[in-house]
Design a protein around this ligand. Structure first.
Ligand code: C6P
Length: 411
């Protein structure tokens, strides 16, 4: 069923070379590669039914509207949301979280209210709350980490006793690869009366997600990390909450009526989508979801779990320092941050690059975690997706040895 060699044939970029070597792409946490089916869906739209949506009473505009709405239905089904009414498109996870801070945050939080996030957040789920704290005097609290890997559940309990109005946390850390217990954390937060936002940027592309079972109030994720194009991201929200939220952007299409001095909003989800939307982005995301559904998200997770297990073993044998979880694979996604003693992560990434291997190095947009908790200026990171193979992990280990030979000048 899950045949990586067959899958790879669908990804044109994987047939290319980088620096004269076959491309080994180990940076899917930054952005995923795109299968031909997604590329083709976007090309088809531009070639055969390019038109604006919700505007034209002519066939290709109606077709574009249908395809765009259908993509939302696919997204809704993919995460087990009630309907497309729960699915708002923004540019990215980042934009979706910012909109919640601007809209829900401005409406529901006042000076002195607590917002609780964790120490493993990406800047996207940290900076918008810091900005809200500056604007409104909201108090920002952090749940501590345990063993630089897990959310400390005792500390979570303690911080929840401060009755935060909002608990916002990442489902999967983009640095540590930790899979947090989203359902349990949501339950605990709800018991204290908090609204819950989950950053699903690194989970939705890689494992089955069921928002009804998790019961979160908001979920944000990005199309470009799940085989879709850039510039399309999703904000899922419970319908009663979205109904009460004011839109942040005003303009065409998000209104029902406008007079010179007043206006009323369109129905969900359109009241949040002002102006001409990223139509090809929605269509491309729909095609990406079709592709993932064909593979099955349980199979996707299982493939990545096996690969992660293999990579952790090889890195350990090669005496490479790995951050976060090393053996508890139930709570580890296909994201591995590491360092080679004596070599800066950027130098390591450059050696990898010379071997045709793409990895990321730096603080990974999680500066507090990397700099203050892991106490590193930078870490290297490899991350996997459906098209990666054990042979590629082997090449990464060879690149580590090459870096040691070149940069450590061992006698
Ligand atoms: N992390 C990475 O290399 P955007 O950029 O809005 O699509 O996604 C932001 C984001 C939010 N949360 C998490 C957990 C993320 O990992 C990311 C994106 C990329 O790790 C780019 S910094």
């Amino acid at each position: 069923m899950f045949d990586v060699d067959e899958i790879r044939k669908d990804f044109p970029i994987l047939q290319t070379k980088m620096n004269g070597k076959p491309l080994v792409y180990l940076d899917s946490a930054a952005t995923s590669q795109k299968p031909i089916q997604v590329i083709q869906a976007i090309v088809d739209y531009y070639k055969t039914f390019n038109a604006n949506i919700h505007r034209g009473i002519y066939a290709i505009s109606e077709k574009a509207t249908e395809a765009y709405t259908e993509s939302k239905e696919k997204v809704a089904k993919f995460i087990n949301a009630g309907s497309y009414r729960n699915i708002v498109y923004y540019r990215s996870t980042t934009e979706a979280i910012n909109i919640v801070a601007r809209s829900w945050g401005e409406q529901n939080l006042k000076q002195g209210d607590h917002v609780l996030i964790t120490e493993m957040e990406h800047h996207s789920n940290m900076v918008p709350w810091q900005m809200l704290a500056r604007r409104k005097g909201v108090v920002l609290d952090y749940v501590k980490l345990k063993g630089s890997a897990y959310i400390d559940m005792d500390d979570l309990n303690e911080k929840l006793s401060l009755k935060p109005k909002l608990v916002a946390f990442t489902h999967v850390s983009n640095v540590l690869g930790t899979i947090n217990d989203a359902k349990q954390i949501t339950k605990m937060a709800h018991e204290e009366g908090a609204t819950v936002l989950i950053d699903g940027a690194q989970s939705v592309p890689h494992m089955p997600i069921d928002v009804k079972s998790i019961d979160c109030d908001f979920l944000a994720f990005s199309g470009h990390k799940m085989l879709g194009p850039a510039g399309i991201g999703v904000l899922y929200g419970k319908e009663d909450i979205l109904e009460k939220m004011e839109p942040v952007l005003g303009g065409g299409d998000m209104i029902r009526t406008v007079s010179f001095y007043s206006c009323s909003w369109n129905e969900l989800p359109w009241k949040f989508e002002a102006g001409t939307q990223n139509i090809e982005g929605g269509i491309g995301l729909g095609a990406a979801i079709d592709y993932l559904n064909k593979l099955g998200m349980n199979a996707v997770r299982e493939h990545e779990r096996k690969l992660t297990s293999y990579a952790l073993k090889r890195l350990d044998e090669a005496n490479v320092k790995v951050y976060g979880i090393k053996t508890d694979l139930d709570h580890k996604a296909g994201v591995i941050s590491f360092n080679v003693e004596g070599i800066h992560a950027h130098d390591l990434a450059q050696i990898f690059d010379s071997e045709g291997i793409a990895i990321r190095s730096g603080h990974h947009c999680a500066m507090p975690l990397v700099n203050e908790l892991l106490k590193e200026p930078a870490v290297a990171r490899m991350s996997f997706y459906i098209y990666n193979k054990e042979e590629e992990v082997d090449k990464a280990i060879e690149a580590v040895e090459k870096a040691r030979r070149l940069l450590l000048r061992k006698k």
